[in-house]
Design a protein around this ligand. Structure first.
Ligand SMILES: C[S@@+](CC[C@H](N)C(=O)[O-])C[C@H]1O[C@@H](n2cnc3c(N)ncnc32)[C@H](O)[C@@H]1O
Length: 377
């Protein structure tokens, strides 16, 4: 089966995530923010970088629509083609509505407004692709696909904002980015343990257990371990699957990632956001930038050396490391790639995303996150 994926704000990072989960040969980028993926199933709720997924259909759309089960139909159309036009998309929606009416169906159309596509919020709100007869037709060029769902933005917002223990100084990783890091590290493995040696308030641990992995978090700060515990208890209380006897396990303890001995025979996957340094309100001066880069490099290399002897060959590490905005708007990060080989790791390469593409930032932030994925040789 072929699925059309609508990618998130950082399409290259989303593509790397899809390559990790489905393997590069099954993923094909189309357009700037779309991908076609050949697969049997799509774990939409676990994909931080994908906004919407639709299954490509071979039969004519008229045949598909006339074969829908009886009952009221909620229908929307999104056309992601380069030259799509909101008015034409709406005309098409009216045409399909009339077709369905001729087949005796009652149809409610979801307006696409000034855009040729229905926003993810509107798709989610109308449960398009999520309930029987809540249909979103997704078009791209010659492809016609039927939505199987949209990212659950309400659930993400809740997991992000309602957690009891938050720390503005540590900064919190968005849950979507935490999922991406976990996917880059686990590459779709069904089980295993995700280790986060800089766990902070525990967003990566939270997303790992929700994705079915056991989680092991350590942090230099006792306070952060306490915060992670509070947050993980909070999510467990709200998630029946985490309360079962066979639920993923959680382990937390304080530890300095540069010398800690983790008590696991084999942490299978490492996903972590290393210390990003102090939050900054303006781009640092060149001297300050050099010092920040040097500190981050020392921390990162000391951590990589320490963990090297504790993980098996082939273990994968997906790390978010800092990169700083310069006054001219460019980013300057930690110069680590030359060291990787000497430290005994390979940097994983993606077909659609270069190292520079894996930069996650917001316009209003000075410290961006550079994603690196390493495999122990
Ligand atoms: C960017 S924060 C991680 C935030 C985390 N992703 C979250 O969800 O809140 C980095 C964390 O690294 C911790 N840290 C700093 N130096 C460390 C070290 N040497 N070993 C372990 N943790 C360290 C800090 O206490 C901080 O909690």
């Amino acid at each position: 089966m072929t699925f059309l994926f609508v990618l998130g704000r950082e399409p290259k990072i989303s593509l790397a995530e899809l390559e990790a989960i489905f393997s590069s040969s099954k993923v094909k980028q189309v357009g700037s923010n779309l991908a076609l993926v050949t697969t049997h199933s799509v774990p939409l709720n676990r994909l931080g970088g994908t906004i919407k997924v639709a299954q490509v259909i071979d039969q004519p759309i008229q045949d598909y629509l006339s074969s829908l089960p009886a009952g009221k139909i909620t229908l929307g159309i999104s056309d992601y083609s380069e030259r799509a036009n909101p008015r034409k998309t709406w005309e098409l929606a009216l045409k399909y509505k009339n077709l369905l009416k001729r087949h005796g169906r009652n149809v409610r159309l979801v307006p696409n407004g000034k855009s040729a596509t229905i926003s993810s919020a509107a798709s989610h709100h109308n449960q398009l692709g999520e309930k029987t007869n809540h249909i979103e037709i997704v078009k791209y060029g010659k492809y016609t696909a039927i939505s199987i769902g949209t990212q659950n933005i309400t659930a993400y917002a809740k997991r992000d904002r309602a957690r009891p223990a938050r720390d503005a100084f540590v900064g919190m990783l968005p849950p979507k980015l935490a999922q991406i890091l976990v996917n880059l590290a686990t590459a779709g493995a069904k089980t295993g343990t995700v280790l986060d040696p800089f766990c902070g308030t525990g967003v990566i641990l939270q997303e790992s257990v929700l994705m079915g992995y056991s989680a092991y978090g350590t942090d230099l700060s006792e306070k952060m371990i306490d915060y992670s515990r509070k947050n993980l208890n909070w999510i467990t209380d709200r998630t029946p699957q985490l309360q079962k006897t066979n639920a993923p396990k959680l382990r937390l303890e304080p530890g300095d990632a540069t010398n800690h001995k983790w008590r696991l025979a084999q942490p299978d996957f490492i996903a972590s956001e290393i210390y990003l340094g102090h939050p900054l309100s303006a781009p640092p001066a060149e001297i300050k930038l050099k010092a920040l880069q040097q500190d981050a490099k020392i921390l990162l290399t000391s951590f990589l050396k320490n963990i090297f002897t504790q993980i098996p060959s082939g273990a994968t590490l997906a790390l978010a490391i800092p990169s700083w905005r310069r006054p001219d708007g460019s980013y300057s990060g930690v110069n680590i790639l030359d060291e990787i080989d000497k430290l005994g790791y390979n940097a994983i390469k993606y077909r659609y995303a270069s190292y520079d593409d894996l930069l996650y930032y917001r316009e209003d932030q000075i410290v961006a996150r550079q994603i690196i994925v390493l495999r122990k040789k």
